[in-house]
Design a protein around this ligand. Structure first.
Ligand SMILES: Nc1ncnc2c1ncn2[C@@H]1O[C@H](COP(=O)(O)OP(=O)(O)OP(=O)(O)O)[C@@H](O)[C@H]1O
Ligand SMILES: [Mg+2]
Length: 497
């Protein structure tokens, strides 16, 4: 066999207190989609950042087409034809779509930016992405997260790279966008590029990828050049280093009386007055395709958006919350979906991020802090959710994506709350950690709390929820009991007729 086009040769990366990559060696071929898999914090993103010149290696080198490289900065990697679509968005929100697409390579004519060429090129890429609906002059901040992700991808395409890496690209894309992404990935492969693809989703791996490399704790575990003898269970045990029989581990339990009743809510994104109720001790799912109105509906429930009609009955009061703060004070909290813009305090420590509970944060009495208790609380959640961090004092911004997500979750779980509303709580979270999170949700339910989960993951909603409300086009189409909630049934309801 000939040498692979791209080879990682004995790569190590160290951060204070963390060995993120430990003598990693493997190769990827041109004309291949190569999946990178592993638990949260295994080192996948770090590896991609070595490739893009963002992270310095403490040992080792890259070989590209027979040449040895150690990149000192991003420019050097760009010059070698490497493009990365990062896990966290890197666009400039206040610039236009066209400017973002061509940032760093704006077309110039007679010393000025050639606006026309800029627009033409942008239109071409948008067409290619299947995003004809976006005007190149739109500010990026006005796009949905999924659209922003597509612009990131377009930017990488315009670099005309030889090696393109995607870091969990589909986690915020709609069904249509995912379809376009898959088409693009296939085309890049057919054009003979090396495509590296990080994902936690098995279905994508088996559908799209030709080879798989698995990492665990910064170490290279295996590289499978074909998928022939590989199945789901083999990958899971390679990733987590132990067998996991049933990720969902559903636990039967008694439900109490109705705790939250949503009656005829109407507002932005909701086409028809929406109603549902949630019992004490219940895990209630809201399933639907991206854009079905699930987050919008729950934002109305929690007072993050103003409802035009309807009411919410909770703890004997019937009305509407005027702000999320008011909802939290009565005992309903919404854990937001987009951790980068709404979730984390990036420069604060993991411990502070867990302890800045909304209530104390908004309280007038925050003069007094009980540090011993806070540290205990932080350590407790770090252990229960297996958050991979050197300690509570580590800055959250240095944690891997999935571990940041777990930290935010911990913040809300630490709250004294009766109804937890969670928007895609396991997005970007690995299989082992998902199990821990589900188990925590059942714990909450067993304590008589209610959990409302928004999820686009069919297997997840049908396995962990007691009842599931299905939404489509801004409407609650049906509420299905778990006995009847087969994936086929749920999908049948969620897809446009
Ligand atoms: N800039 C940094 N400073 C300190 N530690 C870091 C930094 N970047 C990454 N790490 C640590 O390196 C380890 C590997 O992180 P990495 O982001 O590569 O994981 P990952 O496999 O991409 O995980 P995920 O699936 O959660 O995205 C983690 O323990 C993380 O906390
Ligand atoms: Mg990552």
């Amino acid at each position: 066999m000939s040498d692979p086009y791209l080879r990682f040769d004995d790569i190590s990366v160290e951060f204070p207190g963390v060995r993120a990559l430990d003598h990693v060696s493997f190769g990827a071929n041109a004309g291949e989609v190569h999946a990178l898999m592993g638990e949260n914090g295994a080192g996948k993103s770090t590896l991609l950042k070595v490739l893009s010149g963002v992270n310095r290696v403490t040992s080792g080198a890259l070989w590209i087409d027979g040449e040895r490289h150690v990149f000192a900065n991003e420019r050097e990697a760009l010059d070698q034809g490497i493009a990365i679509i990062y896990q966290e968005l890197t666009l400039s929100p206040n610039l236009s779509v066209a400017e973002n697409l061509l940032l760093g390579q704006l077309p110039v004519r007679k010393g000025f930016v050639d606006r026309r060429a800029l627009r033409e090129t942008a239109l071409g890429v948008l067409r290619d992405l299947g995003e004809e609906g976006i005007d190149p002059a739109t500010r990026v901040r006005d796009l949905s997260i999924g659209q922003q992700q597509m612009i990131e991808i377009g930017r990488a395409l315009l670099r005309n790279a030889r090696i393109i890496a995607f870091d969990e690209p589909t986690s915020s894309l709609s069904v249509q966008e995912i379809r376009n992404l898959k088409r693009i990935v296939k085309r890049l492969r057919d054009e003979g590029k090396v495509v590296l693809y990080v994902t936690h989703r098995m279905d994508e791996v088996f559908e799209m990828c030709d080879a798989i490399t698995v990492f665990r704790d910064g170490q290279h575990i295996s590289t499978h050049p074909t998928l022939e003898h590989i199945d789901h269970d083999v990958l899971v045990s390679e990733m987590v280093g132990r067998e996991i029989e049933d990720v969902y581990g559903y636990r039967e339990r008694q439900h109490g009386p109705v705790q939250l009743e949503v009656k005829g809510l109407k507002g932005p994104g909701i086409a028809e007055p929406a109603s549902f109720d949630v019992r004490q001790g219940e895990v209630f799912g809201l399933f639907g395709l991206v854009g079905a109105g699930r987050s919008e509906l729950l934002r109305l429930v929690c007072g993050a958006e103003k409802a035009e009609a309807g009411s919410v009955r909770f703890k004997g009061r019937d009305g509407l919350f005027t702000s999320p703060r008011e909802a939290i004070q009565s005992g309903i909290a919404m854990c937001p979906e987009d951790r980068k813009t709404q979730g984390i305090f990036a420069i604060a420590s993991v411990g502070d991020n867990i302890n800045i509970s909304c209530r104390r944060f908004f309280s007038r009495w925050k003069l007094f802090r009980n540090t011993a208790r806070e540290t205990r609380n932080a350590r407790d959640y770090i252990r229960r959710l297996r958050i991979k961090t050197p300690g509570p004092e580590t800055r959250i911004g240095t944690l891997s994506g999935g571990n940041q997500q777990k930290t935010i979750l911990a913040r809300w779980l630490a709250e004294d709350i009766d109804v937890f509303v969670m928007d895609e709580p396991t997005r970007g979270i690995d299989v082992g950690a998902r199990r821990d999170i589900y188990s925590l949700l059942y714990d909450l339910a067993e304590q008589g709390k209610s959990v409302v989960v928004i999820s686009s993951d069919l297997a997840e909603v049908s396995s962990i929820c007691d009842r599931i409300g299905v939404m489509r086009d801004g409407r609650v189409i049906d509420v299905v009991h778990r006995d009847q909630a087969t994936p086929e049934r749920l999908l049948g309801l969620a897809l446009p007729a």
